[in-house]
Design a protein around this ligand. Structure first.
Ligand SMILES: NC(=O)c1ccc[n+]([C@@H]2O[C@H](COP(=O)([O-])OP(=O)(O)OC[C@H]3O[C@@H](n4cnc5c(N)ncnc54)[C@H](O)[C@@H]3O)[C@@H](O)[C@H]2O)c1
Length: 384
């Protein structure tokens, strides 16, 4: 099969199971909310996002899309291009090539932006843009700090929706991180001594799902209230050093930079496994670890061994990038959770296109009526 055929087949199965988006597509086909509008998109390009793009196109949008670094699925891009949706980028893109793709989209005369990490928003000229959506925590943080003064149009931060936090960040990331850890390493979870760094939405899910498959789990969390919550669920709360010294598996989900660095080399367990689930590949400071290593070798697909001499070594998963999305045969979050998250995207973009009167410039949450409509529909769907 051609890559475009493989992509099309994978999209088909996904599409069948994204039932909220199917309903939205039916309505968009009639109402055409995006007629005459170009939407610039930066989001992980995989079958679920393909269904979102198809939905927006059905609503009349002209699309120009790229993926995120290291997670693009080439067969999906081939399939999108074949059906006339402009998508660029490859899994093998270097950081420079990826930035080039983002810059191309940012400079192509956009009316709306669907962003992930605020990459397009940071690179785009405001002139024509009427509004944007932002998918992630990390992008939301950038919009409220470094980009706060610069963005003169409304940006709906999908991540701030309680629906996404509960269904996707907590439950679906928890499930896919634990599934990916098992699939990439093929190791038995009952033998994992797992330290989860960050007990936010993602970290909570990771800790609880890992425990459900038999791992022993500890938590590192600087926020006292969240640490209290972790402790009340029976997770030992450890300092950074205590956790690194005793964990065989370390997973970061903090949104922060340089959580694990070369300063920790003397503390790691022999053969400790390091994996990042945070959006950017900066939580595990791979450059400092690589600089300190005597050798760095890929020992299995998605697993590198870094040797520091004197028998000290670590196993790094998927280059320190989000391993539940970037790893070998990664499937990412469950189809249903992304159906809900992408329905929030589609309805928020529709609101930006047609009715911006209640929206203010800059970052803001998903309008409450959209949250409540989709929450009702999702409960009906999964309730059987
Ligand atoms: N892998 C995925 O599929 C996926 C999906 C959604 C979000 N994310 C990403 O995961 C990250 C976390 O998202 P979230 O929604 O859980 O955010 P969150 O803000 O709810 O939680 C982050 C937690 O990390 C804690 N933290 C900060 N610095 C820390 C440190 N140095 N050590 C330990 N803990 C620290 C914070 O106190 C907070 O409780 C973000 O980068 C987000 O973009 C990944």
């Amino acid at each position: 099969m051609e890559p475009a055929d493989v992509g099309a087949q994978r999209i088909e199965w996904t599409k069948e199971n994204m039932r909220l988006l199917a309903g939205i597509r039916q309505r968009f086909e009639v109402e055409q909310p995006f007629t005459g509008l170009t939407i610039g998109v930066s989001i992980h390009l995989e079958p679920k996002t393909a269904v979102l793009l198809q939905t927006l196109r059905t609503g009349g949008a002209d699309l120009f899309a790229t993926g995120n670094l290291g997670t693009t699925q080439d067969d999906v891009v081939a399939s999108l291009n074949r059906e006339g949706i402009r998508a660029i980028g490859r899994r093998a893109d270097t950081p420079e090539e990826h930035l080039g793709n983002v810059a191309r989209i940012a400079g192509s005369g956009l009316d709306l932006v669907l962003d992930n990490g605020a990459d397009i928003i940071a690179a785009a000229d405001d002139q024509r843009i009427i509004g944007a959506t932002e998918e992630t925590t990390s992008g939301g943080n950038r919009l409220r700090s470094e980009l706060a003064e610069r963005v003169g149009y409304p940006v709906i931060v999908i991540n701030d929706s309680p629906l996404k936090a509960i269904v996707e960040n907590q439950h679906s990331v928890g499930q896919s991180v634990v599934e990916s850890l098992q699939r990439i390493t093929n190791l038995m979870p009952q033998a994992w001594h797992l330290a989860v760094f960050g007990y936010g939405w993602c970290g909570r899910g990771i800790a609880h799902y890992a425990r459900q498959v038999g791992a022993s789990v500890m938590v590192v969390e600087p926020d006292e209230i969240k640490a209290l919550e972790a402790a009340m669920f029976g997770f030992p709360v450890r300092s950074v050093e205590e956790a690194i010294e005793s964990a065989g598996v370390i997973v970061t989900a903090t949104g922060a930079e340089r959580v694990i660095t070369a300063d920790h080399i003397d503390l790691f367990q022999p053969d400790a496994i390091l994996a990042n689930a945070g959006h950017f590949d900066v939580e595990i400071d791979v450059p400092s670890l690589a600089a300190a290593a005597e050798s760095r070798v890929e020992i299995a697909p998605g697993i590198e061994r870094l040797d520091f001499g004197d028998g000290r070594s670590i196993r790094l998963l998927t280059l320190g990038r989000m391993f539940n999305l970037g790893g070998v045969s990664a499937k990412g979050n469950s189809i249903e959770s992304m159906d809900l998250g992408f329905s929030l995207q589609a309805l928020s973009l529709e609101r930006l296109a047609l009715d911006r009167s209640a929206l203010v410039p800059g970052a803001q949450p998903v309008p409450d009526d959209i949250n409540r409509l989709l929450a009702r529909q999702f409960v009906e769907l999964i309730g059987g």
